[in-house]
Design a protein around this ligand. Structure first.
Ligand SMILES: Nc1ncnc2c1ncn2[C@@H]1O[C@H](COP(=O)(O)OP(=O)(O)OP(=O)(O)O)[C@@H](O)[C@H]1O
Ligand SMILES: [Mg+2]
Length: 259
């Protein structure tokens, strides 16, 4: 799958006839198979950046690319072509309330893929099983807890086996056990080559996962760290030495105890 790229991407929202600058001059390249956490305080611009990366929101200035394709040219009726490349979980719940879970997932498939119905039935069951929500096919969204709805939304994002997952605050209503399971699953999917871009406030999980962490502050990227921690501006050299020192001490102690 191709890389994702924002070049000088700027977005304004209109509020009472005024233009409000949401994010400005965002330059960000996400390579195929990367796992990226997007962090920053509320209103920093995470959702706006995710939507531009996912071809869901057109930048007012600058461009968003999927490989060599400028996604600015794919809005309107052409947008469905782009959507096949992405699985989305947006911050706001997206499931249709009057449709069953099965219908919700089935519609996501029908909108994006070509294939036979028997195959689709299997894909729906498989996606629900992946997130540990098998058996809810005939429930309505209102029958599920907020956390369960998020898991079903992840299943909906996965039903098409997209090469890129865009996840906005997926973990917001999940308990710790569920978050662990989800992080494990995302890790597995990423190991299979799926690109994952995830906006989150869940600092403890970001710290444990040690993936690329991009921080937004007031609509600008203020840090971009590989194997990063939540809020870390850049890896501190003294931390590297401290970690190596601690490891060395531990090994020494082990050797000493074995004697
Ligand atoms: N539809 C909209 N209309 C007007 N202003 C908006 C709209 N969406 C976002 N904004 C504004 O743009 C800025 C960036 O918003 P965005 O939703 O991208 O931030 P965020 O980092 O995702 O915040 P949160 O952590 O609360 O989800 C904020 O100042 C927000 O108030
Ligand atoms: Mg947001």
């Amino acid at each position: 799958m191709p890389d994702l790229r924002l070049e000088g991407a700027t977005k304004y929202y209109k509020v009472e006839k005024k233009k409000l600058l949401a994010v400005e001059d965002i330059n960000l390249t996400i390579e195929q198979g990367e796992f990226v956490f997007l962090i920053g305080s509320s209103g920093a611009g995470k959702t706006t950046v995710l939507r531009m990366l996912g071809g869901d929101l057109k930048p007012d200035a600058g461009s968003a690319y999927l490989g060599e394709t400028n996604m600015n040219h794919f809005f309107g009726p052409l947008q469905f072509r782009l959507r096949r490349s992405f699985g989305y979980v947006w911050q706001e719940p997206q499931l249709l309330r009057k449709r069953t879970i099965y219908e919700n997932l089935f519609m996501a498939l029908a909108a994006r893929s070509i294939g036979r119905r028997v195959k689709w039935d299997k894909a729906v069951g498989k996606a629900l099983a992946l997130v540990g929500m098998q058996g809810v096919e005939h429930c309505f969204p209102a029958d599920l807890s907020l956390g369960e709805v998020r898991l079903v939304e992840l299943a909906r994002a996965l039903v098409n086996s997209p090469p890129i997952l865009i996840l906005d605050e997926l973990t917001a209503n999940l308990d710790d056990d569920n978050i662990w399971d989800i992080m494990y699953l995302l890790n597995e999917l990423n190991n299979r080559g799926i690109t994952i871009i995830m906006a989150t406030h869940a600092s403890q999980y970001v710290n444990i996962m040690r993936r690329r962490v991009v921080m937004l502050t007031d609509g600008h990227i203020t840090s971009d760290v590989r194997n990063g921690r939540y809020g870390e501006k850049e890896p501190k050299p003294e931390n590297i030495f401290a970690d190596a020192w601690a490891k060395n001490q531990k090994n020494r102690r082990r050797r000493w105890e074995r004697k």
